[in-house]
Write a protein of this length. Structure first.
Length: 106
């Protein structure tokens, strides 16, 4: 199983790609494991975690929450779930290399 330090960059890269499909921006905050997601409608969501992959997403009430906000929130949550399941399904390169270097005994 991959370690958290290996999974976070993979998650971040894939998540950025998915957000670009919705024209959303992902910005890493100064505090570790904190991100700001801005939608084209200028909605702002904060994403963070204490123990990866238990991710929290919070809407920042900077304006009026509209139906479009709900649509973006659903899409962002869907992207988070997709990205988490994708990186959890990937084998760890180091594990594969370690297995390939084992000698066949038998």
């Amino acid at each position: 199983m991959q370690t958290t330090s290996n999974r976070v960059p993979d998650f971040e890269k894939l998540f950025r790609e998915k957000l670009q499909l919705n024209n959303c921006r992902l910005r890493k905050k100064r505090k570790e494991n904190n991100y700001e997601i801005t939608t084209p409608a200028k909605d702002i969501f904060l994403m963070y975690w204490h123990e990866f992959p238990e991710i929290n997403l919070i809407y920042q009430p900077v304006g009026i929450r509209t139906e479009q906000t709900v649509v973006y929130e659903r899409a962002i949550r869907s992207h988070i779930k997709f990205c988490l399941s994708s990186i959890q399904d990937r084998p760890l390169n180091d594990e594969l290399q370690g297995l390939s270097s084992l000698q066949d005994v038998g």
